[in-house]
Design a binder for this molecule. Structure first.
Ligand code: ZN
Ligand code: ZN
Length: 238
């Protein structure tokens, strides 16, 4: 009762404002219900890589994953990487809007709640090279992973894996260049005492970065690896 009163008073004094349309939101996040409902998602994607399934209905894996599966075992993308979400992610990564990390994480949690996916033992945000953290001010994957780890009361693995090579931004490269760009760019800094790990990233495009990270986790003895991302590009070529 008192708690509700406190929340109502807080919301009256500091209303949640939708980051997309500017109207007040009663979802307890800076995104209104209409705009959240407008974000596109793909409920029939490949369970393993998160790309759209094009064949008959009823299948769970795409042809590529059946022929040559990636090192990770499943992907949960809350949304497809399309407008208006692309704008929010650009603001988060390139315009210093760190507060959008929590908004996106909350939106991700709302979608995840209905997905029926088992939880891992720990959460590992995709590490950034220290030079990129220095220029951006933060690692957006870590900022997204924070509220998710807190929500599930799971360990957040920060500082366990380092990005030791300052690579070109993946977004500037073609699909085939991305794989070479990230090859060998991660290093284990501390032993990972967990068997099932979810890698968290903002956007998965070709999957090269999470594949490289998963490859290293497998070599460290991690048994199950999941990719949790806010958005998945709907083609490997994007
Ligand atoms: Zn809105
Ligand atoms: Zn697949």
């Amino acid at each position: 009762m008192v708690y509700n009163w406190l929340i109502n008073t807080h919301n009256y004094l500091y209303p949640y404002i939708c980051s997309l349309c500017g109207s007040t939101s009663d979802l307890q996040i800076d995104l209104c219900k209409d705009c959240l409902d407008d974000l596109v998602c793909d409920n029939s994607a490949c369970i393993r890589c998160g790309l759209p399934l094009t064949g008959q209905s009823g299948q769970s894996f795409c042809g590529q994953c059946l022929r040559k599966p990636p090192q990770y075992h499943g992907t949960f993308a809350a949304f497809t990487y399309s407008t208006p979400l692309t704008g929010l992610i650009t603001q988060l990564k390139f315009n210093g809007k760190i507060q959008l990390a929590r908004v996106l994480a909350e939106a991700w949690l709302q979608r995840f709640a209905h997905a029926g996916i088992p939880l891992p033992d720990a959460i590992l945000p995709v590490p950034l090279h220290r030079r990129r953290i220095w220029s951006r001010g933060y690692n957006q994957a870590l900022e997204i992973a924070r509220p998710i780890a807190r929500h599930f009361n799971l360990p957040l693995l920060s500082g366990y894996v380092l990005r030791t090579r300052h690579t070109a931004a993946q977004s500037t490269l073609l699909s085939r260049q991305r794989k070479a760009n990230v090859r060998g760019c991660f290093k284990i800094a501390r032993r990972l005492p967990f068997q099932r790990i979810a890698i968290v990233d903002d956007v998965v495009t070709t999957g090269s970065t999470v594949q490289e990270l998963a490859r290293m986790l497998v070599s460290e003895g991690v048994r199950e690896i999941y990719v949790w991302c806010i958005a998945r590009a709907m083609s490997r070529q994007d």
